[in-house]
Design a protein around this ligand. Structure first.
Ligand code: GAF
Length: 393
């Protein structure tokens, strides 16, 4: 059975209730939310200025709160699974000084967003966070927190209102305050996701094209492996550096500008590992173009085949998969009605995404449960809206 996840209204009610408990019965003035994401194809291409095809999820982070008279900030999280303490208090720096990261770790996403917020002057506030995006599950719980917080701040202090700059500011927050040199995909789709559409993002021009994805006979099933290997933190920056090295050997600004012919020609001048990384990225960008074509034509078998090729490439060339993810993909591909499946996100654990016929979902879940050595969690999802302010009536 798929997991029951609280909707926006339920999370909003939870956050308002906690706000009343923590802040002595008052009601919050403003509220906002932002979704997590699943990437359908185009993995580890965003920081190579490539193409990606994610969609925003119905799993969201909600923030409610009010302005404080001074410069003091209090943020409380309703998350049961967040690292403790669940409350953080700090003061906003005066005279444009920076707000350094610290402890607890979860609060650094909030501090980073404050640091990079594009509206001034900031004033103190109190806020409560509630979320249905699983932590560390590869569905961008961190981007959804950053973007939800940014959207919350927009309700208190206006910014310049530019959506792309908002995504970039949230990405900067992740770089400077969480120490993760991520690409732009997660924050971008959390800001600009559209209901009923995947979003083709050109990570060089930062242009987005919505691609319709609302066929009632089709299901997008997310399977959380519920494992996260410790490698995840250190291998991501390493992959980025390896791609930069490949681009530099090819004398290109990024791998987006390189072709497979050029890579083959340069093979003798690079380490085998660097060659494999670059080959994944160049071919994955091509696969993303083909996948968008297939989706537009409703050619789901073709789309599914590309998903499987993407997974195999992430496993063999980019080497960011793991035993559990491979097991989940192999198991679901044995089920009739499944078009394709792949790991999604950074890798080394987290989730797989599977495209399948609606009538095959129950069978697919059962089959995975029988063949997976761990305990998986399932989400049946639909492409959803990006970040937004919420009414508090
Ligand atoms: C993580 C990063 F945050 C994204 O920017 C992207 O690179 C992804 O891994 C891999 O495609 O989610």
């Amino acid at each position: 059975m798929a997991a029951r996840t609280p909707g926006v209204c339920e999370l909003l009610a939870e956050a308002r209730c906690l706000y009343g408990e923590v802040f002595g019965g008052g009601a919050p003035q403003v509220a906002a939310c932002a979704p997590g994401r699943v990437n359908l194809i185009g993995e580890h291409t965003d920081y190579n200025q490539g193409l990606v095809l994610p969609m925003a999820l119905p799993l969201v982070t909600v923030v409610v709160g009010s302005q404080n008279p001074g410069m003091d900030v209090t943020v409380v999280t309703a998350r049961k699974d967040a690292d403790k303490p669940h409350r953080v208090d700090f003061s906003l720096p005066s005279n444009g000084a920076s707000l350094p990261p610290g402890s607890p770790q979860w609060a650094n996403y909030v501090k980073g967003v404050i640091q990079h917020y594009r509206g001034r002057p900031l004033q103190g506030f109190k806020a409560v966070i509630a979320s249905s995006v699983p932590l560390g599950g590869g569905l961008s719980s961190s981007a959804s927190l950053e973007v939800a917080f940014y959207t919350f701040l927009q309700q208190l202090i206006p910014d310049d209102g530019d959506q792309v700059s908002k995504a970039v500011a949230c990405q900067q927050a992740e770089h400077t305050h969480a120490g993760v040199p991520c690409g732009i995909m997660d924050q971008f789709v959390s800001v600009l996701g559209q209901e009923g559409h995947a979003l083709l993002i050109d990570c060089r021009s930062l242009e987005a094209t919505p691609v319709p994805l609302a066929d009632p006979n089709l299901v997008i099933l997310i399977t959380n492996s519920n494992v996260k290997h410790s490698l995840a933190g250190s291998e991501y920056p390493l992959r980025r550096r390896q791609c930069e090295e490949a681009a530099s050997i090819l004398q290109r600004d990024s791998l987006r500008d390189a072709t497979m012919d050029q890579l083959r020609e340069a093979k003798g001048r690079m380490d085998e590992v660097i060659y494999k990384r670059a080959r994944h990225v160049i071919e994955e960008i091509q696969r993303t173009v083909q996948a968008v074509d297939a989706l537009r034509k409703g050619a789901y078998k073709e789309f599914g085949k590309l998903m499987v090729e993407s997974h195999n490439s992430l496993r063999d060339l980019y080497q960011v998969s793991c035993r559990e993810l491979d097991q989940l993909v192999s198991a679901v591909l044995e089920v009739d009605g499944v078009f394709g499946s792949r790991m999604t996100g950074g890798g080394f654990g987290g989730c797989t995404v599977t495209l399948l016929q609606a009538h095959a979902v129950d069978r697919a879940i059962l089959h995975i449960q029988e063949h997976y050595s761990g305990t998986a969690t399932f989400y049946i999802t639909t492409p959803s809206e990006g970040a937004r302010a919420l009414a508090l009536s």
